[in-house]
Design a protein around this ligand. Sequence first.
Ligand SMILES: [Zn+2]
Ligand SMILES: [Zn+2]
Length: 327
Amino acid sequence: MGTIVRHGVRAEPAGRGRLVFSSSGIPIRAPQSAAKQNERTASLITSATRIAKSSIAKSWIAESLFATLFPSDCRLCSSPLTNISRLPVCEACLEQIEPVEGIVCAICGEKIQTTLAQNNRAPLCGLCQKKAPPFVQAAAYGSYAGILRDLIHLLKYDQIRQAAKVLGRLLADAIAGLETNFSDNRVVVIPVPLFKGKRRQRGFNQAELIATAALKLGNPRRFELQTALLKRVRPTESQIGLTRHQRRENIRGAFGVANKEGVTGKEVLLVDDVFTTGTTASECARVLLRSGASKVWVATVARTQKAEAQKIEVSTTEGPEALAIAG
Ligand SMILES: [Zn+2]
Ligand SMILES: [Zn+2]
């Protein structure tokens, strides 16, 4: 006597995202009476129905079904995706993104040691104490590290445009921190431009995508997005390994205002993905003020803190592009 196998549609082996409901394919040992077989099948059906009725099972079924139809892993941690989102990043990763904490420079947002900040109402970092930058204030949502840095890279280097929506939400948060200081007039929002060759190569300007996503969340009458007022008139060399002075020289003259009337007498909010050393923001602010802007503010999704900036400067794993834009 051998083994009797009931034929039918074989269930897929149990694994990630596979549905295993059918009792078919279960080997049943002989000899076994037909009555016993029916009894066994009936009991299997009853327990399967009981499990399917519980809400846990329902959500498991929905998740498994989703994973089966749209199989994909989180691009940052490789765990299977179960959330219905066009962004291939899991909730657990997104939840790790945190705002900058602690005391920061009132102008540039650099982290300040508490001991230095204690007796200072508007604490300034050493650099801003020496020479204040041309912009009024720069605010960033989080530190350019961990998941936030990865998410920015997904957008910039892997062309995952859906990341702009999440980054836009964070930028909107950074803007909200500055907003109380804006005048009542409409603020002109200018994303830091890319040189046209780089824009063509990437297919988009990440600062523009993030700014657009951020402004959708705010009052449309408060802001006016202008993507053609500021131009990058020449490409810049990589900023890696350059001193602060060399960075300034490298970027000087890289930007120009296309239409002065668009900025004259206006308050400008410059936006970008990352604020690295502030060289780019300062140069853009200088050019905008020279063209008549009344004030320039800066908002970015992320900001490198000094220790992290130094790490990036000496890092050889980071492509030169990363700093050329962020600079
Ligand atoms: Zn993940
Ligand atoms: Zn500062």
